[in-house]
Design a protein around this ligand. Structure first.
Ligand code: GBH
Length: 645
């Protein structure tokens, strides 16, 4: 039909422009009209115009020299007196769209950005717009401006917990068949834990796991990181007894998670060593632990590996060795810093590597999962980059260097500890054990991703060397660390909110360890019973600011971060601090025997963050770019209206 019309009209065009001396507005033309002679058409149009008809999709415009008619895809002009098929219909919407697009592209080009990530504003509790989360402390525009934007599509959001901290452990509550861990023993020895509190019931997740799942569903997280209690499934730490009740518990949990569409991320060892193994040969202090840990891991792969596809061998070896065997603040409460600590670390690394190989050799092919280790580190800020590097090498590098670089400890640790050992009269042997070349080869490359727990930042300066000081890790690293007085604090003395440390930490790991996939397996903030029980603005600020630094690391530094787990799903047993430091997105009432959980404001906030996959423009967030786009669109409407006159 269109074709025959164009032919008809094409030959019939004959326009008397003098008849249209007035500037004619756009008016309406119906398709059948094109069969008229143009002069008749204009008459008709004038009539429509004077009737004040509004423009529609078939339009007409006229000046004293040029007349244009549009209908559908066709354009008719007086000059050519011909009908032209246009590739694009110059209708109003398209025109607005094109102009808007052009301006947006121009803006993005001009601001040097090619995506939706822009520095923007957030809104504080008083509903003021802010460009910094901590405007009074961290307000360096280069470093601290808030970035709006979303995370990569496949980014994993989660929350984390650990077995001893939430499950409950004692005999009282039907924790059937579980053996004691070193934490059961440690907490029942008076004087070890704040208020002599313990994990006998903790959050009672052994019985209340279904409520945990409901909370996870509310949060909308993709992953839940929890740990398996070794003595729950192997009461004496060995295969001599496998506690099927314990296995059944984790099966219920894993199956319910999968049914809820939540991926389990499972830590094999989050500090609850079977007491029996400690009694038998000193646990991590003896090489025998490597074989036993491997048997335990193999049992887990066999029983759960059909459904669990992300494994973490060991949580925070630094804390295990330094607090468990150095200061003795954690179970098993041994204080032999500088000797035992290095041996324990040595065994932890070898045990990790062994388990990685077991998975790699025996299970990976069928189960198609991944397995890594989680290391903790504070960011270290120092005037002298050499000093910062030394502290980082002694803490995270102690474990990361063997695993991610070359199967051996960082050079600075080897030289410093050897030298100090000599001065301390150990002849030519170092307190730092050595790996054989076979061991190094076995250890190197044994992690499929880089698990990172990061909470805070410290400043470091060099201490004067003191030859008489007691040997120990502190004395070996020989650095003093402190916090800036104005850094926002928390309920934990060691935890200050220093968001930019997260970005620097991530970039350091990227550079140091050849751009690994980093999985942030913990990050969080503590409050006390004194305030912020439910309305926990400080936790929201912390998570918002830290997660934003993760976003900057991804967008600005191209760090390969694959996921983020908030610590923790709910308030729980905070080791030596008992229940005095609360890290949860959910509040747990530990005075109530039923351990009820209550949603905190931060849980609502976190669920939105997860839902939006980052920080998007919304009522609570305004960006400079969103304002610009809005203004541009309005401008475009105005301009195109003028153009179409
Ligand atoms: C994590 O470790 C743990 O994995 C988790 O179980 C725990 O609940 C969470 O932290 C919150 O604490 O007391 O001065 O000796 C985080 C890293 C490193 C933080 C050691 C506490 C003790 C410093 N931890 N640090 S001090």
């Amino acid at each position: 039909m269109m074709k025959s019309e164009s032919e008809t009209v094409g030959s019939a065009v004959s326009v008397d422009t003098s008849a249209m001396s007035i500037k004619t507005r756009i008016t309406e033309v119906y398709l059948p009209m094109v069969k008229m002679r143009c002069s008749d058409l204009f008459e008709k149009m004038k009539e429509y115009y004077h009737k004040g008809l509004e423009r529609s999709k078939h339009a007409y415009s006229c000046t004293s020299t040029k007349i244009r008619l549009w209908w559908g895809d066709f354009q008719l002009t007086t000059t050519g007196r011909r009908l032209r098929r246009l590739t694009k219909s110059p209708n109003m919407l398209l025109r607005i769209g094109l102009i808007t697009l052009a301006l947006v592209i121009f803006y993005l080009w001009a601001s040097g950005s090619t995506n939706d990530h822009q520095m923007g504003y957030i809104v504080n509790a008083e509903n003021q717009q802010l460009s910094y989360v901590y405007p009074r402390v961290f307000n360096n525009p280069e470093r601290d401006l808030f970035m709006i934007g979303t995370f990569p599509e496949d980014f994993l959001w989660g929350v984390a917990t650990s077995s001893y901290q939430i499950e409950g452990s004692g005999d009282v509550h039907g924790f059937s068949g579980k053996g004691d861990s070193i934490w059961d023993t440690f907490t029942h020895r008076p004087g070890n834990v704040y208020n002599n509190e313990n994990g006998d019931i903790a959050c009672d997740s052994y019985n209340k796991w279904h409520e945990d799942i409901e909370m996870l569903e509310y949060l909308g997280v993709q992953v839940y990181r929890f740990s398996i209690s070794w003595p729950r499934i192997m009461p004496d730490g060995t295969l001599s007894v496998v506690n099927e009740a314990g296995i059944a518990y984790y099966n219920r949990l894993i199956n319910a998670l999968l049914e809820a569409g939540i991926t389990p991320v499972v830590t094999l060892y989050h500090w609850d060593l079977p007491q029996a193994l400690h009694d038998k040969y000193g646990g991590w202090m003896d090489e025998q632990i490597i074989r036993d840990f491997n048997s335990y891991a193999r049992l887990c792969f066999e029983r759960f590996g059909d459904r669990v596809k992300t494994w973490i061998t060991i949580n925070e070896p630094w804390v295990i060795t330094q607090l468990g065997y150095g200061s003795g603040a954690h179970a098993p409460g041994i204080a032999d810093d500088g000797f035992t600590t290095y041996i324990v670390a040595h065994n932890l690394i070898k045990a990790h590597a062994k388990v990685w190989h077991t998975y790699d050799d025996e299970f990976r092919h069928n189960q198609q999962g991944r397995i890594g280790i989680t290391l903790n580190s504070d960011w270290v800020e120092a005037a002298d980059p050499f000093v910062a590097n030394r502290m980082l090498q002694f803490s995270i590098g102690w474990f990361a260097h063997p695993i991610y670089v070359n199967g051996d400890y960082p050079e600075v640790m080897k030289t410093v500890i050897l030298e100090k050992s000599r001065i301390q009269g150990m002849n030519d042997s170092s307190r730092l054990p050595e790996f054989t070349s076979v061991e190094s080869e076995f250890i190197r490359g044994t992690s499929d991703f880089f698990g990172l727990n990061h909470y805070t930042t410290v400043y470091a300066t060099e201490m004067p060397d003191d030859a008489d000081a007691t040997p120990g890790w502190e004395q070996d690293v020989n650095l003093d660390k402190w916090y800036r007085h104005n850094w926002p604090g928390s309920a934990s003395p060691w935890l200050k909110a220093v968001p930019w440390g997260m970005r620097r930490m991530l970039e350091w790991i990227k550079m140091e360890y050849n751009d690994p996939k980093i999985f942030i397996t913990e990050n969080g903030y503590s409050t006390s019973d004194a305030n912020e029980l439910i309305n926990d603005q400080n936790r929201m600020n912390y998570i918002m600011a830290y997660v934003d630094e993760v976003l900057k690391a991804i967008e600005l530094d191209q760090v390969n971060v694959i996921g983020y787990c908030a610590w923790s799903l709910m308030d729980n047993f905070e080791w030596a601090a008992g229940y005095s430091e609360r890290f949860g997105l959910y509040y747990v009432d530990f005075n109530d025997e039923d351990r009820p959980r209550y949603k905190k404001e931060s849980a609502i906030f976190y669920s939105q963050l997860v839902h939006n996959n980052g920080f998007v423009n919304s009522l609570s967030v305004v960006t400079s770019s969103s304002i610009f786009v809005l203004l541009t669109a309005q401008l475009a409407v105005i301009m195109s209206t003028c153009l179409c006159r």
